[in-house]
Design a binder for this molecule. Structure first.
Ligand code: GN1
Ligand code: MG
Length: 350
């Protein structure tokens, strides 16, 4: 880990006296926890194969941070620590080549990998709803696009069909049943296309990665704030609500290989509705509100599609820790989608 010495020195931290540990379960960026005396930090190396313009992330976070500071000074916003030269990120060459940023570690906070109960889902949903609501006066279109077409389901579907044409032939054959399921459910893509044309759907400041590990909790399990602000871009509410459903509804994560463990918890669904509405009720149009359940289908289908596409493309995006890893992840997400759809009539009533 001494390798990070140069990076930390830009922040005036002497790596020789600091404790450095790998941290978290994110698939894209590499994260470390740094302990320097009594100060705790999170250091991240931004994956520049994915975020080709890391400066755009820095500029979005700075703009949003300034707006919140002006209008809601009590709002807890985790802004990056500046380097001793006053920069928000450092671009390194040589052995540690890449773009890094340092964040304060929020004292006495913890994050969770799985939602244990409905109260936690409520807390998280309210936090993400609050984030978008407080930024309703901020011009979402002024944000830079850190990941073009990130949650554009038509684009993701196109990547999938391209992979079917040009991808690994053997993997395509072995994935036949999942491919068939994705194709049979293409109406989820058409519905997204009609949303894009619908003037009642508003583009708002959207987090785009609302999994539970992106919420910090205090020791009494109250949510403190949201983190991981790299994918903040203009977007539809279905991205944030849908990713909450995708990651909070089951008791197991997208990594679970035993699909019989994948279930949709009604009380957690209800908590997402109540938590998000507690903040966003007056913001959503009736037309948007009618698509609340669709949000879950949209995000779970998109994640299944992305894992499956990556499997067919030989794991170039997400990587694989064991053979067929992304195929298993895709199967997990398809199972989750089936479990959700089975409950459509019950959950839509909530
Ligand atoms: C990626 O890096 P991480 O784990 O925060 C991905 C999300 C996916 C998620 C699935 C930039 O997020 O869109 O939902 O993996 N982020 C990017 O675990 O592709
Ligand atoms: Mg993320």
């Amino acid at each position: 880990m001494e390798i990070l010495t140069d990076v930390l020195s830009k922040y005036g931290i002497d790596a020789a006296n600091a404790e450095i540990k790998s941290f978290g379960t994110g698939l894209i960026n590499h994260t470390w926890k740094i302990k320097d005396g009594d100060e705790h930090y999170i250091l991240q190396r931004i994956n520049e194969n994915v975020f080709t313009n890391p400066q755009a992330i820095g500029s979005n976070i700075a703009a949003i941070g300034a707006y919140l500071q002006d209008h809601f000074p009590d709002y807890y916003f985790v802004a990056p620590v500046k380097t001793t030269a006053g920069k928000e990120m450092v671009q390194m060459d040589g052995a540690v080549n890449g773009c890094y940023r340092l964040l304060p570690f929020v004292n006495d906070s913890h994050s969770k990998d799985v939602v244990a109960n409905a109260d936690q889902a409520f807390e998280a949903a309210a936090q993400f709803g609050r984030f978008t609501k407080l930024l309703s006066g901020f011009d979402a279109d002024s944000l830079q696009i850190t990941l073009p077409s990130f949650h554009d389901l038509s684009y993701r579907y196109q990547q999938f069909t391209d992979a079917l044409e040009n991808g690994n032939k053997q993997r395509i054959e072995e994935s036949a049943s999942l491919i068939a399921y994705i194709k049979e459910n293409e109406s989820i893509v058409s519905e997204f296309e009609s949303i894009q044309k619908n003037p009642s759907f508003k583009k708002r400041v959207t987090h785009h990665d609302t999994k539970i590990s992106n919420v910090l909790f205090d020791s009494s399990d109250k949510a403190i704030c949201v983190i991981d602000l790299d994918t903040i871009m203009p977007g539809y509410f279905i991205s944030d609500v849908g990713d909450m459903m995708r990651t909070y509804l089951p008791t197991v994560s997208e990594e679970e290989k035993d699909f019989s463990k994948i279930e949709v918890r009604d009380d957690v669904y209800k908590a997402i509705v109540i938590g998000y509405y507690a903040e966003m009720e007056d913001e959503l149009s009736p037309e948007e509100a009618r698509h609340f359940f669709y949000a879950g289908k949209f995000m779970i289908y998109m994640q299944a599609l992305r894992f499956l596409t990556d499997h067919i493309n030989d794991d170039t995006y997400y990587g694989a820790k064991y053979p067929n890893h992304n195929l298993v992840r895709a199967g997990n997400q398809v199972t989750l989608l089936q479990r959700l759809v089975e409950k459509a009539s019950v959950l839509n009533m909530q």
